[in-house]
Ligand binder design. Structure first.
Ligand code: BG6
Length: 495
């Protein structure tokens, strides 16, 4: 049986920088099904060979360490190209002929929508009209991966889901969030549910609060046309940060299976307390990096936030009263994705900690998603030969040290393979996407009123505006960037 992967939007960066390198990675690890072909589809007039040459050049430029001449030559034989316009129905006939779907209905097909989002509905309808998503007895599987952003609010996501469901069943649809393909994100499940010691303390009785940070050093780059209309809330919170939140907050599923996992994640999203308009400034922060409005393609009077903090509560037995602080932004000090579980203080402070910083003597577990993948557990210890002087110390685990050898794979490697194998565990289900939009829509609605927190301009290379520190400080807490600094600065106090 053969397998055909078709990438729409094949001339875009996502294809050359992520998708083709990931498929090549799987090919080198001999994980692709036998007789797999990859066909790029876009308007650019390329021949098969020209497309191969483009993809090879991009790989050599952006991931030179993974390029190897002999295996690329072999892999390139399975790459093809079909020039066509998504808005032109006959182009889909040509595509079906190119992938030989008419000659071999038993082949499995995976269609990847890597186009600009405005083309999603058009491509979905065209695939449906051309019958390319129809599964019948004897036909192979027909699956479709939809890139993010999946809509720009709840209403548009509902509409996109309606369009998808008009041509395919839910089990054929794979809504991708590349954060779920990251090794460390998947390891959260293993860490939480494969070890017995954490479960008893993973709740309101032991956890004071949770911090989730996804920080970037890059700015808007060449994506202003999209980003300036989206902003950090739609670009990062609705998808990546919500996914991390659900994985930290969810109950253990009975089995590791797509729907069981997603049922539990959905329960977390349902339990998130709505932020009222009147209290939006209490529970959120908005920021924009200095000089953002002078970036190419950005509206000079843009008020699009490039940084935000949300304080959310999960109203269930496990998490009642435990704040989850979610923070993300561009042009920050470090590229860093991290989850920090801050535990409660011991009920009695028996030992003197370095004077003045007794409040720092809490345990925390920091889960580093990237770049230095691993865990750190902070605890209090006695200083040798120092009377009863105490200090904080860390137990550290680094993936690279423990497993050495193979580099941590690109997130898309795993996700593409899972979609080929029909495993949707690491993809978002319809209801999951919709609930996540409902939460961010509610924040956006608050930001559109006079109750909105001010849009604070922050320095490039900082950790965001002072209002971000103030939000935690007000609650007697402070941000921790353990994965980047391996230390915790004494909080300076309110600005
Ligand atoms: C994407 C966002 O989904 O994630 C980008 O659209 C962001 O704005 C990127 O830069 C961050 O991903 P990663 O894997 O580099 O953390």
């Amino acid at each position: 049986m053969s397998t055909s992967i078709v990438i729409f939007g094949a001339s875009g960066d996502l294809t050359s920088r992520k998708l083709i390198p990931s498929l090549y990675g799987n090919f080198r690890k001999k994980r692709l099904p036998e007789k797999t072909t990859i066909t790029g589809f876009s308007r650019t007039q390329w021949s098969d060979d020209a497309f191969r040459a483009e993809m090879k050049a991009a790989l050599q430029k952006f991931a030179p360490e993974s390029y190897e001449e002999a295996s690329w030559r072999e892999f390139a034989k399975s790459i093809f190209y079909c020039a066509g316009d998504i808005e032109d129905p006959p182009a889909f006939k040509a595509l079906a002929a190119k992938i030989n779907l008419t000659g071999d209905p038993s082949q499995n097909c995976l269609f990847y929508l890597a186009t600009a989002p405005r083309f999603f509905p058009i491509a979905i309808a065209a695939l449906g009209n051309a019958g390319l998503l129809r599964e019948t007895d004897g036909s192979g599987s027909r699956r479709i991966i939809v890139e993010k952003p999946f809509g720009r609010d709840l209403e548009s996501a509902l509409e996109l889901n309606r369009q998808l469901h008009a041509v395919a069943r839910e089990k054929q649809i794979y809504r991708i969030d590349h954060y779920l393909g990251k090794e460390t994100v998947q390891n959260l499940l293993v860490f939480r549910f494969g070890n017995a010691v954490f479960e008893p303390i993973w709740n309101r009785n032991y956890v004071d609060h949770v911090q989730i940070t996804v920080a970037e050093t890059v700015g808007v780059e060449h994506r202003a046309a999209y980003y300036d209309t989206a902003g950090v809330l739609r670009d990062m919170f609705q998808n990546h940060l919500m996914q991390l939140l659900t994985l930290v907050g969810m109950e253990p599923p009975a089995i590791v299976e797509a729907d069981a996992l997603r049922d539990e994640k959905v329960k977390v999203l349902r339990a998130i307390r709505e932020i009222s308009e009147e209290s939006i400034a209490r529970y959120s922060v908005r920021g924009q990096y200095e000089g953002y409005t002078s970036e190419e393609g950005v509206n000079p009077s843009s008020t699009t936030p490039t940084f935000a903090v949300l304080q959310l509560f999960i109203d269930n037995w496990r998490w009642q009263g435990v704040p989850f602080y979610l923070r993300s932004g561009k042009m920050l000090k470090d590229k860093l994705s991290e989850i920090v579980i801050k535990f409660r203080r011991p009920p009695l402070q028996m030992f003197d900690v370095q004077s003045g910083i007794t409040e720092l003597s809490t345990n925390h577990l920091s889960i580093c998603i990237q770049p230095d993948e691993g865990f750190h557990f902070r605890f209090l210890t006695k200083v040798p030969d120092g009377g009863m002087e105490t200090r904080q110390a860390d137990m550290n685990f680094h993936f690279r040290e423990s497993f050495g050898g193979p580099a941590i794979p690109e997130a898309y490697e795993r996700l593409l393979l899972d979609a080929l194998n029909g495993d949707a565990s690491l993809f978002a289900r319809k209801d999951e996407i919709e609930l996540a939009w409902k939460i961010t829509d509610c924040v956006q609605a608050g930001w559109d009123t006079s109750y909105a927190p001010p849009l604070s301009i922050y320095k490039r290379g900082s950790w965001g505006p002072a209002s971000s520190d103030d939000m935690l400080w007000r609650d007697g807490r402070w941000w921790t960037q353990h994965c980047s600094s391996h230390s915790e600065a004494h909080p300076a106090g309110p600005s």
